[in-house]
Design a protein around this ligand. Structure first.
Ligand SMILES: [Cu+2]
Length: 267
């Protein structure tokens, strides 16, 4: 019976690795369960970091799984009858298994600095070297994404700003800067295909940026359980050609103006 448990523990690393391998085979059983397609020029560095950490933790996972199996197998009570020996531990071992993880974490902290810089610290600049102005401000609220576009003057918080909900349009092949904030609780602005995930809390403004290289329609979701309707915070990201984006913006502006006139004439 004792050895059955050791075999059960052995299935953990085996199944764990098998699922990853199956998920990575295109057209396989778990096709489409791996990372969604990356369409951000700055996204590869995040994927590389993800894979590096996955391999590193994967090796440790397999190693500890096998060790666990081996000790359970070796010290099975049915085959080993001598009494247990208790010790006060080993100083050397304690030091080794404190220093090794500390050094590994320190290494990851240094290794990921370029990825952190490209995604969080160094926003894109315009031709004059000034920080590129934000195209749109996204406000998370229970339970939708409110969008405020800069409008014709290219400047946010002016009279010609355009307001929409949940449908985030951006132009392709262009650096896009977005200001993200929250109106009520903790939300997380998540664009899986851009490898962008930014938590937002009320009272703070965050900036995110990306350069999409593929037109299409993608997910915009909230990655933080923010209340009963969290699942409803499912917006859409539309990456448009420059022409389509200009057309869409013009149309949104016209719609907004016509409803403003209509509501003004009703009063
Ligand atoms: Cu939310």
């Amino acid at each position: 019976m004792g050895r059955l448990w050791s075999l059960l523990f052995l299935t953990v690393p085996i199944l764990g690795v098998a699922i990853f391998v199956l998920a990575m085979i295109p057209g396989g059983v778990f096709d489409d369960h791996w990372l969604p397609v990356n369409i951000n020029e700055h996204g590869q560095i995040i994927d590389d970091l993800f894979m590096f950490i996955l391999y590193l933790t994967g090796v440790i996972f397999i190693g500890t799984g096998i060790l666990l199996f081996w000790f359970l197998w070796k010290y099975d009570t049915e085959t080993r009858t001598e009494p247990v020996k208790y010790t006060h531990g080993s100083h050397t071992l304690e030091i080794i298994w404190s220093i090794l993880p500390a050094a590994t974490l320190l290494f990851i902290a240094i290794y990921q600095m370029d990825a952190w810089a490209s995604h969080k610290m160094v926003p894109p600049v315009d031709d004059h070297g000034d920080p590129k102005p934000a195209l749109v401000e996204v406000t998370g609220r229970q339970f939708e994404w409110r969008l405020r576009y800069a409008g014709r003057d290219g400047e946010l918080y002016t009279k010609d700003d355009i307001f929409t909900v949940n449908d985030l349009h951006v132009p392709v092949n262009e650096q896009v800067v977005i200001v993200v904030k929250s109106q009520d609780v903790l939300h997380s602005f998540f664009l899986p295909n851009m490898r962008i995930k930014q938590d937002v809390i009320p009272g703070m403004k965050q900036k995110v940026w990306f350069q999409a290289n593929q037109v299409g329609q993608y997910d915009l979701v909230c990655a933080e359980l923010c209340g009963w309707g969290h699942y409803k915070m499912r917006g859409r990201l539309w990456v448009d050609s420059a022409d389509d984006f200009a057309k869409w913006l013009e149309q949104a502006e016209q719609e907004q103006n016509s409803t403003e006139i209509a509501s003004a004439s009703q009063e």
